[in-house]
Design a protein around this ligand. Structure first.
Ligand SMILES: Cc1cc2nc3c(=O)[nH]c(=O)nc-3n(C[C@H](O)[C@H](O)[C@H](O)COP(=O)(O)OP(=O)(O)OC[C@H]3O[C@@H](n4cnc5c(N)ncnc54)[C@H](O)[C@@H]3O)c2cc1C
Length: 444
């Protein structure tokens, strides 16, 4: 499919005398950094602006997430989820907590979310997500190899770990539903699981091993990628918040206005500011209604002496939805417990009982958690659209403006391939997956 508002002429070769097209990318999370990397590779003159420092970017959602690169993951909009969410709405310790409040935006978001929690929509989503998923690890592996980024990346799948025997059938049915998209899986009963990974307790019924996925230390991945950008001629400007857009009378977007009052002119602007893209987009007259679904992580260090057995693979605990990822960072072996979904206004104080849910939800599954040393705690936002799918593409009514956001709980996984597709769209090429369903205009 031909994108709507590409930059008409292709980028010029480095030896051409005319100036190259200048693209400003707003946001240096995994989506913005991957987009900038691919744009630079195509010969564009790229400036990335982020309001944070390099350290804070690596501590944002693209660093603090669970680090599971789980291709073939379902979106949030699944049959039954909206009704379960409604039931959980008033419980501060439910896996999905929606802070009750009278807010027109939230009510509209919830209603649209409910309308999309059905099998037909899920099938449409999965066709797109799987097409993205199959490419994203290749794209990421190419970037990691070329930039020599050490982020403890391993393509060893992930485990759906099941405590109750009666839930094995459900886990198996989910895995089976992915077979038609080509994903490989294996059922492990409790003993086989413990032989493979002695970290699991005797009561755990078993696991489904989804074999095609990967895991990494995401803070190191995003820090390494942002560090690599200048090598390709990308200008990265930290502490540079965007507070508006320069627009021509025609509606075309021709640059961004920084918080310090500086205007950065551009031939194209890619908005990849995570959950904040909604408020920013509205300044240019484009709404991408999103809720920030906050999640938390707890990081533990393994002691050097007598460490308990460490999981060999990333996992999600089936009954409690906690994601657990082993990672080695600067020679220190660590375990990250991440999860919980909390929908509320951005920037509210942490809910500590939700942070504590991560340990409570894991101790029944894993041996030796109590022997680990707490190293860090963190909270961050998943950018969630109401139909569970990202918004990727050019904005028809605002030539020069491109959107890449809304990846919810899949952004670390799908960020690399989104970056590749976004660069193709900006260059006026056919993107590497079908973006028709992801058109940002669907919300307007
Ligand atoms: C607890 C938790 C666990 C998760 N686990 C996984 C997982 O295992 N696998 C997975 O695939 N995904 C996971 N995710 C989701 C994933 O982290 C996100 O989807 C992804 O990081 C979003 O990336 P992004 O680049 O869109 O946004 P961000 O990483 O949020 O980056 C946006 C950037 O925009 C900048 N910005 C914002 N406003 C402005 C402005 N006005 N001017 C300039 N810059 C601005 C911000 O500073 C930020 O650096 C998880 C998320 C959470 C919270």
């Amino acid at each position: 499919m031909v994108p709507d508002s590409p930059l008409q002429s292709p980028p010029r070769a480095p030896y051409a005398s005319a100036p190259r097209k200048h693209v400003v990318v707003v946001g240096a999370g995994i989506v913005g950094a991957s987009t900038a990397w691919h744009l630079a590779k195509k010969g564009f003159d790229v400036t990335v602006v982020d309001r944070e420092t390099p350290r804070a970017i690596a501590d944002g959602a693209s660093g603090g997430n669970a680090g599971l690169l789980s291709i073939g993951h379902y979106p949030l909009t699944r049959p039954g989820v909206s009704m379960r969410g409604l039931k959980w709405m008033f419980s501060r310790t439910a896996p999905l907590y929606i802070k009750p409040r009278l807010d027109r935006e939230l009510v509209a978001w919830l209603w649209n979310f409910h309308l999309h929690c059905n099998k037909r929509h899920l099938d449409r989503c999965m066709a797109v997500l799987c097409a993205m998923g199959w490419q994203t690890l290749e794209v990421l592996e190419g970037m990691l190899a070329e930039e020599s980024i050490d982020c403890d990346y391993a393509r060893d799948g992930w485990l759906d770990v099941v405590m109750k025997p009666e839930n094995m059938a459900h886990a198996e049915a989910e895995a089976r539903s992915l077979e038609k998209f080509g994903y490989a899986w294996e059922r492990l009963d409790g003993d086989a699981l413990r032989r493979r990974d002695p970290c699991f307790k005797g009561d755990v019924a078993g696991a489904i091993h989804m074999k095609d996925s990967a895991h990494c230390a995401p803070n190191d991945l995003i820090a390494g990628l942002v560090r690599a950008l200048p090598k390709h001629g990308v200008t990265v400007r930290f502490d540079s918040g965007v507070k508006g857009f320069r627009q021509a009378r025609s509606g075309a977007v021709t640059g961004v206005l920084l918080e310090n009052g500086e205007m950065l002119a551009a031939d194209a602007v890619v908005l990849a500011a995570g959950v904040w893209s909604d408020a920013l987009g509205r300044l240019a007259g484009v709404a991408i209604p999103m809720q920030g679904a906050r999640g938390y992580h707890l990081q533990f260090d393994y002691p050097a002496v007598n460490p308990p057995p460490m999981p060999s693979t990333g996992m999600v605990l089936h009954e409690t939805f906690v994601a657990i990822t082993p990672m080695e960072r600067s020679g220190q072996r660590q375990l990250r417990l991440a999860g919980t979904l909390e929908i509320g206004p951005l920037g509210e104080p942490w809910m500590r009982e939700r942070l504590e849910m991560l340990v409570k939800g894991s101790t029944a599954y894993l041996n030796g958690l109590e022997a680990l040393k707490p190293a860090a705690e963190w909270a961050g936002y998943r950018p969630c659209t109401s139909d569970g799918m990202p918004a990727i593409g050019g904005v028809r009514t605002k030539p020069g403006l491109f959107i890449a956001t809304g990846h919810a709980m899949m952004g670390m996984t799908l960020g690399p391939v989104t970056g590749k597709a976004m660069a193709q769209i900006v260059a006026g090429e056919k993107p590497c997956f079908d973006v028709a369903m992801l058109d940002p205009a669907r919300f307007n």
